[in-house]
Design a protein. Structure first.
Length: 76
């Protein structure tokens, strides 16, 4: 099975940016390649569609919950 995953480095550890479809304890071989091309319009569209596919629906957040006073705890 071949699989391409995007990951970020966090204090020297590779952290996948998406869930990994592998069983716990699976041993894999990793080849490190730096992305060498910027995201194009098509790439952004694909990422946006992936984001929307994971979005939750039916949530209701009252407008006042999004006011600054509720978002930040600055001691006021």
């Amino acid at each position: 099975m071949n699989l391409v995953l995007r990951a970020r480095v966090d204090r020297g550890t590779l952290v996948p940016v998406q869930p990994v479809p592998l069983p716990e304890g699976e041993v894999v071989e990793i080849e490190i390649r730096m992305p060498n091309e910027p995201l194009t319009g098509d790439s952004w569209d694909a990422l946006w569609k992936q984001f929307l596919a994971r979005a939750r629906s039916g949530l209701h957040i009252p407008d006042e919950a999004l006011e600054r006073e509720h978002l930040y705890n600055d001691g006021r």
